[in-house]
Write a protein that binds this ligand. Sequence first.
Ligand code: ZN
Length: 167
Amino acid sequence: MKRFFEKTRLNPDTGCIEWTAGKLEKGYGQFCLNGKTVRAHRFAWEQVHGRIPKGLQVMHKCDNPACVNIDHLAIGKNRTNCIDAVLKGRHGTAVLTPDQALAIMESKLPPKATAKALGIDVRLVRNVLEKRSWKTLKPGRVPLSKRKYRPINPNGFPTPTEGKHDD
Ligand SMILES: [Zn+2]
């Protein structure tokens, strides 16, 4: 376990513990254990919760495939369900993506309208605005070209940025 965490790095902006050694093309961390290839986030989850039940997957609530932070991992049937639930704020511990947190900080709309525009629970918006979450994230530090969403426009809708995203 010690060797495992030597290959990780804490991202102070997101709280993600990112795998820095070998990565698969989709960004998942991987390493070799007893001659078998192991996915880092699955390994991390199993250290705490035991074997992953058959047919279930370990998913990232933070949408960061390299992340091995136990608090950011969830188990479920498939990825889409989980992401959907997180975005709608149904999970008590839902984690916003950095893009969403930035959009909230830069929104000129009231919290309720911001929540509606992003399709999330208003409590998540208040957490960011009242600095209970994402305290260290500074809007100026992430260029617009690197984001999935531009700041929410006056009509109340985030506009997807153009071009490809590495996600
Ligand atoms: Zn994470």
